[in-house]
Structures are given as C-alpha cells and as structure tokens.
Design a protein around this ligand. Structure first.
Ligand SMILES: Cc1cc2nc3c(=O)[nH]c(=O)nc-3n(C[C@H](O)[C@H](O)[C@H](O)COP(=O)(O)OP(=O)(O)OC[C@H]3O[C@@H](n4cnc5c(N)ncnc54)[C@H](O)[C@@H]3O)c2cc1C
Length: 456
C-alpha cells in the first residue's frame, strides 16, 4: 500500500513538495486554512489591472520550476520578464542611478564615489573573517567591500529581497552562497568566477543570471495549477489545530466550517509559518516555541498604483528602483510592474508596486493609511516626475510578511534539524527554512521531498 502523508499549508512550499511526493507514489492530502491556495502568493484582477499582492515574479533558479510548468501545462500562461527589466535603479541624492552591470559601468557610475570604487578593488586582498553565522551581512560587506557599497548597494538590495536590514541579517544564514565565496575561495570576486564553472556542472542557475518569470494571470497560476492536480485531496478553509502521535503514525485534527475533523497519516509535513507551527508542535518539545517564535516576520504594506503614461516624465526602461535607508524615504522601493511584464497594462498606462515597512521601518505601517498613502505618493511622484493623480490604486497589508534569517538564526536551524531527527515522520519546512524566495521554496521542496522519501 502507498504511504500517506498530510501536508499542512498550501503555499508554494507545501504545494510543490506535495506534488513531488505524489509523483513518487505517495497518497497526499493537503490541508489549507484559507479559502484559496497560494499563501503569500496572491494575484487579483481589480478594475482590469492585475495586482500581484505578494511576489511579482520568480527566478528560474532550479530545473524543478521548468518541470512544474511543463507537467502542469502552464506553458501557454508563462511570461518572461522583458529585457529592459535587467536595468535596475538605486536612489542617491534624490536621483535614480542605474546599477552598473559591468566593470566599465562601475567606473562610469555616479552611484559610488571614486573612493568607494577604489575600495572595491581591494576586495581580493582581504582575508577571511572566520566568524561564520555570528557575522551580520553589514559587517561582512563593510569589511570586504566598504561602507559606501554597503549603504548604496547592499542596504537597498536586502530591503528589496527580505524587506530586511543588513545589520540584523546573518550573512551565513541569509546569504549562504555569498558567505561560501569567502569561505571556499577566499574572496567574492575570485569566488564568483570559480563558482560559475561549478554551477554549470550542477545545472543550477545563479540568481543574477536566472530568468525572471510570471504568468498571464499572475504568480497565482502556479499554485492554482497544482490545486487542480490534487482535486479533492486538497482541503481548503480547513485549519489544522493539532497533530498527535498514534501507534501507526499521526492523527491530524482540523477545523472546517466550525466542526473538528480528524485524518490519520503515516507522516506529516508542516509548511506553515514558524509562529503558527509553534502552537501545534511545542507539545513535542518545549523549546520549539522559543525557536519558532524568535524568527521575526516584519510587516509590509504593498501599494499598487496605475498612472497614465503621458503623465510620467521618468524614462520607463527598467525593473524599478530601490531606496537606501540613508535616503530617508517612507517606502523601500518601487517595481515598474508593467515594464517588467508588458502584458500587465496597455501601452498608454504604467503600473507600479511599492513596498512600505519591513524591518527598516516597521512602525511606518501603523500610521493612518490615508496620510501614509499621500506621503508615499508625493515622494514617488516627485522622483518619477509624475504630474497627475493615479487612475487606480490598491493596497495589501501583510502583518507578518517575510521571515528574517537574522543573527542567531543558526540556533533555530539546528533545533529544527534535531527536532526532525527526534520525531521520525514529522517534517518541518516553509520559507523560514531553506530560503525565502519562491525559487528557493521550490528548490527546498525538492530537498524535503527527497528527505521524506529516504526516511519513509
Ligand atoms: C509582499 C511580499 C512580496 C514578495 N515578493 C517576492 C518576489 O518578488 N519574489 C520571490 O521570489 N519571493 C517573494 N516573496 C517571498 C515568497 O512569496 C514567500 O516566501 C513564499 O511564497 C512563501 O511560501 P510558503 O509556502 O513557504 O509559505 P506561505 O506562502 O506563508 O504558505 C503557508 C500556508 O500555510 C497556511 N496555514 C497557516 N496556518 C495554517 C493552519 N493552521 N492549517 C492549515 N494551513 C495553515 C497559510 O494560510 C498559507 O497558505 C514575497 C513575499 C511577500 C509577503
């Protein structure tokens, strides 16, 4: 008889692992609290505009993404980002500077001072620190590349990826590949060159050269296609309230329409956020709570603004821009959503997605929403040379948006590893382990599926 497994959570982590396990012959049941699949992935059509309220795109960093698209017959929906989206801007002194993409570009750019450029050249001569997990990203970058590169490249970059702060994030936990370049090769420049060769052998694609993709109906197309594959084995509006060990395996209780139901299984995979998993798994180990609740998920407010293109002076020829903390703005950056994927609006309009809050400014989202939007719009419209009101605005508030792999994260990582070893049949995953991006969640889903397969 096939082994059966219950997967808790129908975000991209749970859905992908469930799919891969099902292909390997497991009987899989997915239990999801919300009335729809996707978790952090939400795409809605409002007034004819597509608003991706969570991730706007994914990087094709693993062949599993292509496999899913092919097997789930999503090719007709697939969109790749426009070439223009390779150009990214950073704000400095109220001006947008394109991020240099070549050594010549680096020499010419006004984003960094001459002193900062000279400092970058010293990178190959700087030794290893050996501080490992206990070094923040800020310390690491300042030591290797200098303060200005930290302030005007890395600080805005981590605001764009994690909605995080380089001073808080652990370099080894949050950017393991970056840290490995130093550890393995002794430096970032030499390490980048050597690792390209090795990555080619593993058929992996580096984040900086991976293709960026989405779908005609938004990022939700992928979760929806996996939902269709599972049919009635995916239970929506069903909140798991407890997981108990039985003689044969596990008994999972979930609440659906006010009644408690139970389901038996050989194994359980949790992909829910760590602070929710805490309520379910702390009875197995009292330290679960300490680790799971220590992982910080800052709030993020997402604005979606659509303007008539004739009212915008700024050239729209890129991915968007990110804002360094030093520039003191009330938002973290703006994606030029309809430039990245031109299908998002017709040519006479332009759609933008702006982010507010994160670990940098968690208190901003507590401000009165009307005055906050007015402030963000005023700053954004001034930077972009926009002369008229938007024709459409929308927003989505994520109270606990993205888990931060902050200093001390390694203790949590070790705890979850040990927890799984001490509790065979129980598996803990989700974006607070193995990376936060959609691509990383999918890559990690493959690793988790292999781990489950091996154990069962
Ligand atoms: C605003 C925002 C923008 C982002 N932008 C990008 C981007 O551009 N590119 C990118 O790659 N990544 C981006 N990310 C990150 C990425 O979207 C997420 O890390 C990823 O989608 C998380 O997937 P997950 O399945 O691990 O977790 P989740 O999506 O959080 O899924 C967990 C699921 O568990 C369910 N659940 C919770 N409790 C229970 C329970 N008791 N019983 C049953 N089910 C339960 C939840 O309802 C949810 O559906 C962004 C995230 C946010 C919030």
């Amino acid at each position: 008889m096939n082994k059966n497994i219950v997967v808790i959570g129908a975000g991209i982590s749970g859905l992908t692992t469930a799919y891969l396990l099902s292909k390997k012959g497991f009987d899989v049941t997915i239990i999801e609290k919300n009335s729809s699949v996707g978790g952090s992935i939400e795409s809605v059509f409002e007034n004819g505009f597509l608003f991706d309220r969570g991730p706007n795109s994914a990087l094709e960093t693993t062949p599993v993404i292509g496999q899913l698209i092919k097997e789930l017959e999503l090719e007709h929906e697939l969109l790749y980002a426009s070439k223009q989206a390779n150009k990214r801007y950073i704000l400095r002194d109220n001006k947008l500077h394109s991020l240099p993409m070549s050594p010549q570009g680096l020499l010419k750019t006004k984003l960094f001072s001459g002193k900062a450029k000279l400092r970058l050249m010293a990178e190959p001569f700087i030794g290893r620190s050996g501080d490992g997990y206990y070094q923040s990203l800020a310390e690491f970058v300042k030591r290797r590349l200098g303060q200005e590169f930290l302030d005007y490249a890395i600080n805005p970059f981590v605001a764009g990826v994690y909605a995080g702060r380089p001073e808080d994030l652990s370099v080894k936990s949050a950017f393991p590949k970056l840290y490995a370049l130093e550890e393995k090769y002794g430096g970032l420049i030499i390490g980048t060159i050597r690792s390209i060769r090795e990555r080619k052998k593993r058929a992996e694609v580096a984040k900086q050269s991976a293709k960026m993709l989405s779908f005609k109906s938004g990022m939700i197309a992928l979760p929806k296609a996996i939902e269709k594959y599972f049919g009635s084995n995916l239970l929506l509006s069903s909140e798991v309230t407890s997981v108990d060990k039985t003689e044969k395996g596990f008994s999972i209780s979930y609440q659906q329409n006010g009644t408690i139901n139970k389901i038996e299984s050989d194994a359980v995979l949790s992909t829910i956020p760590s602070y929710v998993a805490s309520g379910i798994f702390t009875k197995y180990d009292k330290d679960f709570k300490t680790h799971a609740e220590a992982i910080y998920y800052p709030p993020v407010l997402v604005y979606y603004l659509v303007y008539n293109r004739k009212d915008i002076k700024q050239d729209l020829d890129g991915f968007g821009f990110l804002i360094p903390a030093k520039e003191n703005k009330s938002f973290l950056g703006a994606l030029w959503s309809s430039i990245i994927f031109s299908e998002r609006t017709d040519e006479s309009k332009a759609a933008f997605t702006l982010f507010v809050g994160g670990s940098r400014n968690p208190e901003f989202v507590k401000e009165d929403r009307i005055s906050l939007l007015a402030k963000v719009r005023k700053e954004f419209e001034a930077l972009m040379g926009i002369t008229a009101d938007p024709i459409f605005t929308s927003e989505r508030f994520w109270e606990k948006a993205i888990p931060q792999y902050n200093l001390g994260y390694v203790e949590h990582e070790r705890f979850f590893d040990d927890f799984e070893k001490r509790n065979p049949g129980l598996f803990i995953s989700g974006n607070f382990r193995g990376g936060i991006s959609v691509g990383d969640c999918i890559k990690n889903a493959e690793l988790v599926a292999e781990k489950i397969l091996k154990q069962l």
